[in-house]
Ligand binder design. Structure first.
Ligand code: SAH
Length: 303
């Protein structure tokens, strides 16, 4: 299934694109939101789309032939926002959108182990080509490195911190026990280990029992919370006065970072908060797009 953009109506409401304005779509993905924005900033407004995943980038690149002069696509991480904007001489920046999380392509087609519903290798990197790791003294880490090489304590810590997984200790222990016998190399092996580690009455809750562990590993592999923290001040910096920043987050850890950053900048008098409370997704939207379930949107305007 193609990627369905989340909260599109609300993105347009808070980004408020007008004729000839320029926007950065910092996580352009398959271009769903960009397609909605480009209809509003015609005839001469532009979009600068950033996408880290080379495969997703290539798919989107081949699709945007329709607007060759108005959409610029860059295959890079949004943490380099400032440099990208300067290099592309993209100004003024009237608005920036950041839609965190995964695209449907990654979940359903990438074969990189993002989903516990498919039996794939344990990779989970958004960009398997040019990803560099700051944590470890090696070019990158994969989900397989984490589960097979990290200490039990370190695995427990990420499951706690990035998964808010109640059974972090039990799962970390079981992972280490199992890998002594055999290297853990597929999503289904990992899923079965999680299942074995959890008390059976918790296996059939509202969310799938493997959700939190997979989330924690993915966040770690891609350094997602660091990326977000690094991105936000840069976004304010490159925005022109009166420009807007809209962020859609997918779990409480991300939302907390966005919320406290916005509050801080508003207290410093640099921005105005447009969303007192985060905008959540309607029941109807969740029905047509289950991926949107946990999405929350927050927006600010630069003074
Ligand atoms: N708004 C898009 C969907 C975005 S899904 C649409 O409507 O189609 C999120 C995308 O962000 C994914 O494609 C993912 O690869 C990308 N991404 C994740 N981390 C990134 C980073 N650090 N820099 C740039 N893109 C990133």
């Amino acid at each position: 299934m193609a990627h369905i953009p989340v909260l599109t109506k609300e993105v347009l409401e808070y980004l408020n694109p007008k004729a000839n304005e320029n926007f950065v779509d910092a996580t352009v993905g398959e271009g769903g939101h960009s397609a909605a924005i480009i209809e509003k900033n015609n005839p001469n407004g532009k979009i600068l789309g950033i996408e880290w995943d080379s495969e997703v980038y290539n798919i989107t690149k081949s699709r945007i032939a329709e607007f060759p002069d108005r959409i610029i696509l860059v295959n890079d991480s949004y943490i380099n926002l400032k440099e990208i904007v300067e290099k592309e001489n993209f100004k003024p920046v009237n608005g920036i959108l950041l839609d965190l999380g995964m695209s449907s392509y990654q979940l359903e087609k990438s074969g990189r182990g993002f989903s516990f519903m498919k039996n794939e290798m344990l990779d989970m990197r958004y960009n398997s080509g040019n990803q560099k790791s700051k944590i470890k003294n090696q070019n990158y880490i994969t989900a397989e490195n984490i589960v097979n090489e990290w200490s039990q304590e370190k695995i427990e810590e990420i499951l706690n911190d990035y998964g808010e997984e109640r059974f972090a200790r039990q799962i970390a222990k079981k992972i280490v026990e199992k890998r002594k016998v055999k290297k853990i190399s597929s999503t289904f092996e990992l899923k079965d280990i999680i299942k074995e580690a959890m008390p059976s009455k918790f296996l059939y809750g509202k969310i799938h029992f493997a959700t939190r562990t997979f989330q924690a590993i993915r966040i770690t592999v891609n350094e997602e919370l660091d990326n977000l923290t690094e991105f936000l001040p840069k976004a304010i910096e490159v925005l022109s006065s009166g420009g807007r920043l809209v962020v859609i987050s997918f779990h409480s850890l991300e939302d907390r970072i966005v919320k406290s950053f916005f509050k801080n900048k508003s207290q410093q008098g640099l921005v105005k908060i447009l969303t007192k409370k985060p905008i959540a997704v309607s029941r109807n939207e969740v029905l047509v797009n289950p991926r949107s379930r946990s999405a929350k949107l927050r927006a600010i305007i630069k003074n």
